[in-house]
Each structure stands twice: as structure tokens, then as C-alpha cells.
Design a protein around this ligand. Sequence first.
Ligand code: TTP
Ligand code: CA
Ligand code: CA
Length: 618
Amino acid sequence: MFVKPPSHTRPTLWKGKEKATEEPEFEDLNPTITYRTLFAQNLGVRDPLRVIALCDSDAFYAACEMIRLGIPDKPLVVLQWSSLIAVNYPARKFGITRMMNVQDALQLCPELVVVHVATYKEGEKEPGYWDNPDTKTHKVSLDMYRRESVKMLQLYKEGLPETTEVEKASIDEAFMDLTRPTRQILLERYPYLAQVPDDAPLGLDTPLPPPPQVSWDGLGTVVPIDPSITEELESPSTWHDVALSIAAECMEKVRQHIKAILGYTTSAGIARNKFLAKLCASYRKPMNQSILRNAAIPGYLKPMAFQKIRFLGGKLGKSLASEYDVSTVADLLRISLDEMQSKFGEESIWIYEVLRGIDHTEVKEKQTVNKSMLASKNLPQPVTQLSEGYHWIRVLAAELALRLNEARETTPNLWPKTLVLSARNVKALDSRRSKQAPWPFVKEVTVDVVAAAADKLWRELADPHAPMKIIGLGLAFTGVEGVEVGLKSIDTFFNTSLKPPSKRALEEDVLNTEPEVEAATERTTRNISKESSSFVCSRCGQKLSLPPSATRTEAERQAALALIQMEHDDFHVALELSKVSDNAPSRQTMIGVAPKDKPRKKRRKESPQGIAKFFTKG
Ligand code: TTP
Ligand code: CA
Ligand code: CA
């Protein structure tokens, strides 16, 4: 029998699309949900009941330090050399921001707790909090934050229903696709939906009966449908709202769980896709979750300065602003797709779509094994002789050894295939060089073992008879993989890993990241997938590919990928340093999702005239 929903939500029984109330620029704000849609297993990114959350830690590095030091409420900032990289919320009340220098911050709040990030010092196995660390002798360590990040990700996975897909998005945030669990819960709560009623006129294609009115109490901040009205009349709920409210319950629970276990407070955004979830996660910060109902999308997006949207903050945004004399999303909505594509290339379809709140990017857990680990340093004083390199190699080796051993705590038998040393020598013709060697099977990966292997590479790489002015060094493990000892005996291991180093030592493009902003460099190595000859930068979404090669070995492929990735990181660092937001999203504009993932109609491979030019160096 067809169960009638509560009477106050029953204006017309078989209500279809409410097209009359829908904004013409915004599609599918209130799609018809039929039994067929509800029962479908694989609607994927086009599921009309899709619910995605983005959860971000509040003042993350500062929170880690507050908990480490046991000072929960004091104003605190985290310093890296002379830059503030994290400011906790009590300190923000004094007007302290990340852009300030520490002296100005202390003037605003004399009782401010200033913590310098941990650093590696030569001779020490582990990073520590030393007095007056100096970039000339120390190297920043983000290990503690990475560790906390791993714990947090684990808790998301444990604390959310099993069918939730969780994707780490950066060191302090993750996306969750809650579509499947909310669908299950919805069917449990409203069992009358589980069967098509006998009197349903269109059978499976009959729209669902109107949903119950959602009470949002205790579920977070609901973004208003009309931002100009403070007290909104309750608008009728949709089934998507019901799904959002279930997702909000799950998120509230998992956020409380994280607070209880680890002490971190978080802020979340819950909406129909990744772009909107990320965007509304910062609607009310800290310690809050915001819910963006479909009906609120136009009112939320239209008045927004479009340059706040990821990738529209830089060169491209400026270009759009000058081309069309526009400043808000609403202004840009007037530009037709054809017009935009004729000026900005076919790929500008993704701009057209995000402006309309559309994003079909998947939430997908990234591979955690078979990745690279990189330690790098821009040298405060260039290395001009062979003997001067050993100090830095030891510092980098300490970081790599620690990272590998730490990763082994969660994935035992994790084994790197190759060790790669790279250097940037501004005096050499081929200024970026690297050497690599297969990583031998040694039981304990200690600083000494890594440093000894790297020293050997250093002697191969640095030509004592040629002019030397090395300004950057990087040491990486590539092809880090979990090895099943039972499947692959130690013998074969010995046989394969003790082969002489490949003659084809890679001399492809190199690396290096910059100490001053190292903390900002959420490294992209985890995106290097097993088979791929490309990687996707998690910071800007750009895809970088290796030239095709029929002869490249697996180790070489991984090393080469690690190298282009390092160089790409370097590019980000340069941008951060120059504080220019061209070409890449600035800090404030890191919202949304990568354009490369956008589904593109009429996608072309190369578009030299197109949008790519807005994301290239130079
Ligand atoms: P964010 O999430 O951008 O910022 P936050 O967590 O400090 O503050 P909020 O509450 O506004 O989210 O960055 C996470 C951490 O990454 C941050 O604590 C420090 C580090 N970071 C840098 O080192 N440099 C940077 O430019 C940015 C943006 C972050
Ligand atoms: Ca954060
Ligand atoms: Ca963040």
C-alpha cells in the first residue's frame, strides 16, 4: 500500500519538477526522484540524491601544537622560519593573520604562544623543537602533522558508515561521498519507499511521494535560500534535503568522535558535489558544519566574487574580469558557453559548469601504496664542493628514513624500489640532474644506510672538476610498495634488488622544494599511481605526463614521475614565495575541485589557444 507522507507536506501527490521556481541558469535543483532512481545502484556522479561532505581541520598545525603542548585555549601561532603558517582561533581574535610577521603578531597579543615547527638537525635521528632553528643548518619537518593527518583520516573511515567513500584532499581535509550510506539509511527510515506502491501510476517511474519536512536542528548551519532575508519561512523539503540531513547527522557524529579521540575541531560542508561541499565548508568556521541545500545554491553562488572560486583567482580570473567587465558569479552567468569557449578554449566548459554549481568529480580514495617519498631542501648557501654536500644529504636521509619507518607502522613490508638523488646546479649546462640506484634489501632502514647510499649517488652526480653551485638537493624513495613476503620470497627480492644500478641513470628534470614555504607544500606524490605515466597535482589539479617511452623500466618510470612532480612542487613554491596568485590558486582561493577532472564536452587533447595558457608557467 502507498503510505501517505505527513499531511503538511502533501500539496499535490505526484508532484513532478517544480520548474516554475527553478532558476533558469541552475539545472536540476529539484529533480524528480522516482522509485527507479531510488533503487538504482550505480548512478554515480549523476545521482540526484548525491551527498558529498568536505571536512577540514580548524587551524590545523596550530591545533596539533596546542594538543602536543597541552594548552587548549591560549592564542598560539605556528612559525616556519619567520613566516606564520598557522594561527589558532583564539589568536585570530586579536587580529592576527597568516600574512603577518611574528613581531607584529606579538604586538597585537603579547601573551601569544609562538611555536616554530619541528626541524631536522644533522646528527639527530628525529626532528625536534630546537631553540632558534636556522634555515642554514636545519630542515623543516612536517612529520607530526602528517602523522596526525593519518590518524584523522583513519577516524573518518572508522566513524562513518562502511559504504562511505573517503578521499584525503590535503593534509587536513577529506572528502566523503555519503551517497550510498544515506540512501541505505533513508530506506530504513522510510520503509514505505522500499516498494513501489500498487497504486503508483507509472510503476517504477512514479515520482516518490513528497518527503517529510526536515528539521535541521542540531545538524549545522543551513545556508539560507535567500541571503537577503534573515528569517526565512520554512521552505518545503525535498528528498535530497532528507539525504543531506542524514549526511549531516553522520558528519556531526564523526566530527564529535574526532574531537573526543584526537582533540581536533573541524568544519564541514555538505552539499550535492565536491565543489559545493568545499565551498560551503568555510561558510561558518570554526567548529561548524554548513549545509548547502540545492535550493540555496543560486542565492549562495550568485553574489559571490567569482575570483574566490578556485582557479578563477589568478590569471584566468583577471582575464575573465577584463574581457567581460564582471565581478560576481551572477555577472558571469550571462556569458554563454559558446562565447566562453570561443575566447577561453573548449575546456572552459568547467568554468561554465562550476558557476552553475555543477561538478561531477568523483570522490575516490587515492592509492596509499606504491608512491614516492621526497625530502628536499633549497640550500641557503650553495654547495660549491663535493665535500659540502654530505651534511645536507644526511639531513635529507634522516627525514626519508623516518618517513619510511613511520609508514611501515601502518603498512608493514613497505619497500622502496629506488633511491633518487637530485640536484640543481646553476653553474652546469644541464642544471638539473639526478642519479638513482635500486634500493637494496637491508633489514633496517636507518639514517646511516640511507645516507651511505645517497652519498654514493652524490659522488656520481657531483662532478668535482666541473663548476659547481648547487642550490637545491632532493632525495626520494620511489616505487614504495607493500611487499607480501609470503608471495615474493626474500630470495627473489635479493635477486632483483641487487642488480647493478641501471646505466640509464635518469637525468630528467629535477626538483626541489623551498624551505620557507615547505609547510605549504602538500606534496603530490601520493597521486602517482601504479601504472600511470602522469600524476595529478593535488594543489592545482594540473596533470603532468611523461613523454611516451617504450623502453622505460618500471623503476625509471617512477623515478621520472617523482622528478616531474618535484619540479612541479617547486613551481608552486615559487608562486607562494612571490605571493603572486597568477597561474595557480592563491591561499584564499583554494576552493572547489580541480578543473582537469571536469567532464568536458568536446574535449580536445591540446588546446594551445585554450585555457591551458592560464595554468602554465611564465
Ligand atoms: P588550511 O586548512 O588552509 O588552514 P588552517 O587549518 O590553518 O586554518 P583554517 O581553520 O582556516 O582551515 O591549512 C592547513 C595547514 O596547512 C595549516 O594549519 C598550515 C599549513 N599551511 C601552510 O603551511 N601554508 C599555507 O599557506 C597554508 C594555506 C597552509
Ligand atoms: Ca584547515
Ligand atoms: Ca585545509
